[in-house]
Design a protein around this ligand. Sequence first.
Ligand code: ADP
Length: 442
Amino acid sequence: MNQNKLFNRTRWQLAISYAAVMGLILSLLGIGVYKAIAHAHWVAIDRELESVAGTLHDSLELKLQQPGRLEPIVNELLPNLRVIGVNGIKEQLPNRHILSAINQGYYYIRLFDYSGKLIATAGAYPAEFPSAFNSKQWQIITDTKGNLYHQISVSLHTKTQQNWGYFQVGRSLQDFNDYLSTVKIILKLGLPTALILIGFSSWLLAGLAMKPIYASYRQIQQFTADAAHELRTPLAASQATVESALLMPQLDEKEAREILRTIDRQNRRLTQLVADLLLLARMDNQPIADRRQLCCLNDLVSDLVEELAAMAIASEVALTSELRVQQLNVVGDSDQLYRLVANLIVNAIQYTPAGGKVTVILDCSHIEAIIQVQDTGLGIAATEQGRIFDRFYRVNSDRSRHTGGSGLGLAIAQTIARAHHGSLSTRSELGCGSTFILRLPL
Ligand code: ADP
């Protein structure tokens, strides 16, 4: 197949198109997966911040008594609390912290009074962080080094429901960005690797898919060449006869008749060949459903043996039949079945030397009718048995030449058998004879 340019090109085109489509689908899928992962992670961060902020908020509100003033007990709640007073930052010594949610290292907390003045920070508060106040609930903040933080703001009230100020909890987005970068790298490396694998496997699959198409293309090519060859032979013979006749200065009646007889013979051969080809083409396209009728195989075998008796006598072959069952009927096209069995018997007579025997046996099993055509003729070598049903195939051209066979007889017989949902097989031994077995469903 790879030697054939058309098939090779088509195989590559198929593989490339398939890989391109799969690549596009995988890229879209990759983008979708990336977005879904990022979204899920972002939602998890939001929930985490919300829950940490909610817990701290509830605990803090229970301790706060005066607006803008931090009670000492707050130090027990928050780690690394740094109170920003008039005299600068006063760091509180860390105690045992009741709320350990923000002890994880990447949370920070900011407390603002109601006017927006920073009162205290806690947790992992970055030094480069902008201290400007913004009361928006969700914010993404960039510090002076370009690091990103996600932050939630909640308003705080005292125990007596007075406005105390604001409370902000945030976390660095470093781990989030690192995680997404890793996902991106995996996708960026995974996609081309997957594409290479897809490209390779689609090339293999395209080859597999095209194998039967290529086989039937080769068969058609072979068939066309064989048909052209078979048609050319009688045409060339007729042409040569006519040309040699035209070269003669004059023809007497006997010579003219001889020439006409030759042309007639070649014409008949041509007509038979075209008819056989047409029959095969028609049966390939159309099943026998429209010509189904009940066909008695006993009558068919008896008629054929009677009809071909003269031919058998001329070939000095003993032709007999053995009907082991009575009134065996199958549904089918009787003309075609007649043609099928006739082909088998004619072959048996033709390929059996004088003095041999041809026996047609009609039998049945409980599901099928069986017709066997046995001969004591030339036989067929085991290596040839698989090919004798191919169109135009002749075991040995010389052997078939004197019979005038074109190699279509068994192909037609098998096509008819298959059209009747039956089968045709052979058992043969070179020099000992052959048996052709036709099985037709009852
Ligand atoms: P042909 O028209 O040449 O006989 P067929 O398709 O009928 O073509 O048969 C194909 C080949 O099978 C023949 O060339 C012949 O050599 C071989 N063959 C068919 N029937 C027999 C048989 N009964 N005994 C031996 N050879 C056979």
